[in-house]
Structures are given as structure tokens and as C-alpha cells.
Design a protein around this ligand. Structure first.
Ligand code: X2W
Length: 288
């Protein structure tokens, strides 16, 4: 089927067959909790956002409980740059002083989260934007004094997400945590998604990023990998750099009770649908 020719009867039959073939997978994931981390680099144009939102609404419609945790690093950078501030990153974490945490919270909770909420609602879903502060969802402690207001989740209270689930409301969560002494903490988006997925004992954690998946020693993307293989490839230096926080998140999430984690390219069209509802899947699936 191309854009400039009208679909034929055979094309419509093919479309119907595709829908029918998805039935066993619709059934498999009905009732499943799927945490989706949408990274700032995976958020593209308005059209890409619409397509992502549509996929989330479709998942929700066929019985999945999607929980979205978003990033927004590039958007925070852009706002800080307007103020003449350039961030320093240590091991993938933004050094966050008192002025920076205000910008981080404003951009993530205000701008990025609400863009996703609005896109989902425009497709007929029902999304609500919250952060780790709401209902004590994610309590944090300071990660390292050198990083300032960067937090590590130490307690998650996801019980109230159940009431959202009961009303088919899709949570869109900004990776901001509350400290026990009234502090606001900036949490790496992957870390937040892993902690929330573990607290929910999610069936799947989808880490949508800007790479096709995990590569083996020959540079090929591997469709499935065990935690042991990841540890070995990391020790061998094959998995390195920016991939390490993602694989660490995946390993921690699996240790914490998440059934499987998928690292996939969120810029690819319909990445979530491809992963859940086609036999082929997408990206690299990690499970024991
Ligand atoms: C991140 C939070 C946003 C994030 C930051 O300040 O950039 C830390 O580095 P992406 O788009 O997923 O990278 N927090 C501590 O993780 O965004």
C-alpha cells in the first residue's frame, strides 16, 4: 500500500490479517503492567509524539496498564543555556545546584510531562502528569554530595497508582523525588523508571532511547540477552559509556522483580507496538 494509490481489497485483507494475528499477543499482555521510559532523545517532532501517544492509548485500550516515566535532558539543557548555564555531567548525572534543581523541576514537571499528557489525551486516552513527589511516590536520598541535588530512590510508594489503574488513567511521571528533609531531588530518568517498575513488579520495562539495542562483540544488535551475558560484555568492555547506566537499570530492575526489560529505539515508528504486538519484537530483551 502506498500513499498515492488507493488500497485494494487485498490490502484490506492484509490489514485485517495483521489485526487478527495480534490476538494472542493482545491476550498475553491484557492486565500486564508495562512501564515505559521515554527519554528526551527519543522525543521527536510533534508527529512522533502523536504516534507515541496513539500507541500508548492503543495499549491501554487492549488491557495493558501503561505507566510512563519520562526524561527530558535535552530540554533541561536548552532552558539552562537560555540562562547562560552549561551543566556538567558526572557518570551521566547532571551536577545539580540549588538554582539548577528549580529549572529541572520546572522543565520536567511543567513542560515535558504536560506535553506527553496532552498528546495522550488528544488521542482519546486519559493521562495525568505527576512527579515522584506526588503521594510520596519516590523518596530519595542524596546520591553524592559532589552532585548536589541528585537523588537516589530509596523508597517507592506506588499503591496510589492502583487507583489510577482502576479508572484507566495513565500516569506520566517526571523523575523528580522528594527528600526526607523537604529537599527536591533530580533523578536520572532511567533510574527512576527502574525503581518504579521494580516497586510495581512490572511485567515489562521498555527503555525507549536513541539506539537500536544492545550490541554483541561483533557489533550486531542482539534480540535477547541474559543478565549474565550483560555482565560479561560489560567486563569485556563491549558494553560501555552511556549504555552502562541503562544496562545497570535493567539489571537492578530484574533483581527487583521486573519480569523483563527491553532497550529499544524510541525514534523508530511504533516502537512499543512493534515490541509488544509482533512476534519479531524490537530492540534487545533482557531477562533471566
Ligand atoms: C536528568 C533527568 C532527566 C533525564 C537530567 O538532569 O538531565 C540527572 O542527570 P533523559 O532525557 O532521560 O536523559 N537527571 C540526575 O534523565 O532525561
Amino acid at each position: 500500500m502506498t500513499a498515492d494509490t488507493a488500497p485494494t481489497d487485498a490490502d484490506w485483507v492484509a490489514t485485517a490479517r495483521t489485526l487478527s494475528q495480534a490476538l494472542p499477543l493482545f491476550q498475553r499482555y491484557a492486565g500486564a503492567t508495562v512501564v515505559i521510559k521515554l527519554g528526551g532523545h527519543a522525543m521527536g517532532s510533534d508527529e512522533a509524539m502523536r504516534s507515541f501517544a496513539r500507541d500508548i492509548v492503543l495499549m491501554s485500550h487492549v488491557g495493558v496498564n501503561p505507566v510512563i516515566v519520562h526524561g527530558g535532558g535535552p530540554m533541561i539543557n536548552a532552558t539552562l543555556e537560555q540562562q547562560g548555564v552549561v551543566s556538567e555531567f558526572v557518570d551521566g548525572k547532571r551536577v545539580t545546584d540549588a538554582a539548577t534543581i528549580e529549572v529541572v523541576e520546572m522543565v520536567l514537571s511543567g513542560f515535558v510531562g504536560k506535553r506527553i499528557v496532552q498528546a495522550i489525551n488528544a488521542e482519546g486516552g486519559r493521562a495525568i502528569g505527576i512527579s515522584g513527589k506526588d503521594a510520596n511516590l519516590m523518596i530519595c536520598e542524596q546520591t553524592d554530595p559532589k552532585l548536589g541535588f541528585v537523588g537516589t530512590p530509596v523508597e517507592c510508594n506506588p499503591q496510589f497508582l492502583q487507583s489510577l489503574r482502576d479508572t484507566k488513567t495513565i500516569p506520566v511521571i517526571a523523575p523528580i523525588g522528594a527528600g526526607r528533609n523537604g529537599e527536591t531531588f533530580n533523578v536520572n530518568g532511567d533510574t527512576a523508571a527502574g525503581a518504579i517498575a521494580a516497586a510495581l513488579k512490572a511485567d515489562r520495562l521498555l527503555l525507549l532511547t536513541d539506539v537500536a539495542g544492545l550490541k554483541d562483540a561483533s557489533g550486531d544488535v542482539v534480540s535477547e540477552m541474559t543478565p549474565e551475558a550483560i555482565r560479561q560484555l560489560t567486563a569485556d568492555g563491549v558494553i560501555k559509556g552511556g549504555m552502562i547506566p541503562k544496562t545497570q537499570t535493567a539489571l537492578d530492575a530484574i533483581d527487583g522483580g521486573v519480569r523483563a526489560v527491553v532497550i529499544l529505539d524510541g525514534r523508530a515508528p511504533h516502537a512499543c507496538i512493534l515490541e509488544l504486538y509482533t512476534a519479531q519484537g524490537a530492540g534487545s530483551l533482557i531477562r533471566t
